[in-house]
Design a binder for this molecule. Structure first.
Ligand code: 5AD
Ligand code: SF4
Length: 440
């Protein structure tokens, strides 16, 4: 009988890519994916610990699977990702019905763990970091998904140690994948029908910096952009301190590089930026934005912002609001600071009450929603180019694509358009997507 697995993924694109890998590896050992846990022989959570009460949430999610296990003791339950890396064996102690815990550097060993579990060897935890060489051999490779757009991992880990951030602690040090492998992967993807690639890493701008003899990230972008048949190229995530002039120049002269950049600022006050160990000032950041707008006037920026970092004063928060108004982000992802055990900021004194923090959060949200709305509304009536990605969730006869600015547009059209660049007139603008009409 065919074996079935159910997988839930939380958090960032890194986890999405790891989950794609999990799907293909489990396929190789005879498991196929189902979308309900109660139909599965194997249930997996791929977790994230970057924000919120991550650990507690994972325990909450696991609780949902307990009744299933009570009825079917042979069911295998596993947890992977950042929470697994951080908690390790402790999770097995906390959750008596949990079978497998696999950390961020051990995703590749999941099939082996599952097979052991099938044979009755359960309650296994595999965490801890691998050495550089081993990791370089284990970069997620292209999977057999049938999609028009794909993420290609170019580096993993992070050496920045922003004081609020758990990532370096749960994903390990930076390693960059050889550029020839990346190019070969993109060429293979394009040959199988992929038209848009997003180069992925925690801090792509420092690509190649930690190893010898590798090209710079800007040079890598140029090489990838030149792959024959690639319609569009994006990359994420950028760290403002490492965004070089060489890379900024790419936005001015690479035809298929999208005019869109996610550039997390985190805060607008120099004291807070310094406390966060971000490595740039407000002035540096604004200068970078100015340079980007100069070489690429229609570029649209998005950002991440943390509200309520320990000790943030009203004046310092106001500086964040001012910066947000000045830059004019198309999108901003705003987060309430959340203490992560093991990070440097966890020891900072924090006297600001949660009500004040919540109010700040709402003020920022309101400002940004107005900014976003203004920017996206300005597209109403415009004819924009879309890369058509697939059938729309809106219903029959509808497909969707994205603009160069990474905005989803739904429109009436045939699925034969999938993979093609088309011109669409924007007829309606919603908060997170647009509606359009195909222009002949
Ligand atoms: N609290 C709140 N937000 C955080 N982020 C990272 N760590 C924390 C934390 N401890 C946010 C940052 C980062 C994004 C991925 O998550 O803004 O850019
Ligand atoms: Fe975390 Fe800072 Fe690294 Fe981003 S750059 S992953 S925020 S430590």
């Amino acid at each position: 009988m065919e074996k079935r697995f159910y997988l839930e993924t939380f958090g960032c694109q890194m986890n999405v890519v790891d989950s794609e890998r999990i799907v293909s590896m489990l396929g190789e050992i005879g498991y196929h994916q189902v979308d309900a846990a109660d139909q599965a022989d194997l249930v997996l959570l791929n977790t994230c610990s970057v924000r919120d009460k991550a650990e507690r949430k994972v325990y909450g999610h696991l609780g949902r699977f307990k009744p299933l296990k009570d009825v079917r003791p042979e069911l295998i339950i596993g947890v992977g990702g950042c929470v697994a890396e951080q908690e390790g064996r402790k999770m097995l102690d906390e959750v008596p019905y949990l079978d497998l815990v696999f950390g961020t550097h051990n995703v590749h060993r999941l099939p082996e763990l599952v097979q052991q579990a099938e044979e009755g060897k359960r309650r296994i935890s595999l965490t801890g970091f691998l050495d550089r060489e081993t990791r370089l051999n284990l970069f997620p490779q292209r999977s057999d998904l049938d999609t028009v757009t794909r993420f290609v991992t170019v580096m993993q880990g992070c050496d920045n140690f922003c004081t609020y951030c758990i990532v370096p602690h749960v994903r390990g040090r930076e390693v960059s994948r050889p550029s020839r492998e990346i190019i070969a992967e993109v060429e293979a993807l394009v040959a199988q029908g992929v038209r848009e690639v997003t180069l992925l890493g925690q801090n792509v701008n420092s690509y190649g910096n930690k190893g010898k003899g590798e090209v710079s990230f800007a040079q890598l972008v140029r090489k990838v952009a030149a792959v024959d048949g690639l319609s569009r190229l994006r990359f994420t995530t950028s760290h403002p301190k490492d965004l070089s002039d060489e890379l900024i120049a790419c936005f001015g002269d690479i035809e298929n590089l999208c005019h869109q950049l996610h550039l997390p600022v985190q805060a607008g006050s120099n004291r807070i930026l310094q406390q966060m160990n971000r490595g740039y000032t407000r002035e540096d950041y604004l200068q970078t934005v100015e340079k980007l707008k100069k070489v690429c006037p229609d570029i649209r920026l998005s950002t991440d912002i943390i509200v309520g970092f320990p000790g943030e004063t009203e004046e310092e928060f106001q500086l964040t609001l001012d910066l947000v108004a000045e830059v004019g982000y198309a999108d901003a992802f705003t987060f309430l600071y959340s203490k992560r055990t093991g990070t440097a900021a966890a020891d900072l004194e924090d006297k600001t009450g949660s009500r004040i923090k919540q109010q700040r959060f709402e003020r920022l949200l309101e400002l940004q929603q107005n900014n976003s709305q203004q920017i996206w509304q300005s597209d109403l009536g415009a004819t924009l180019q879309l890369l058509v990605e697939g059938e729309s969730k809106q219903g029959e006869g509808q497909v969707f694509g994205r603009t160069d600015w990474n905005r989803i547009v739904n429109f009436s059209g045939s699925t034969e358009l999938i993979g093609q660049l088309v011109e669409v007139k924007i007829t309606k603008v919603f908060r997170n997507s647009n509606l359009g009409e195909l222009v002949n």
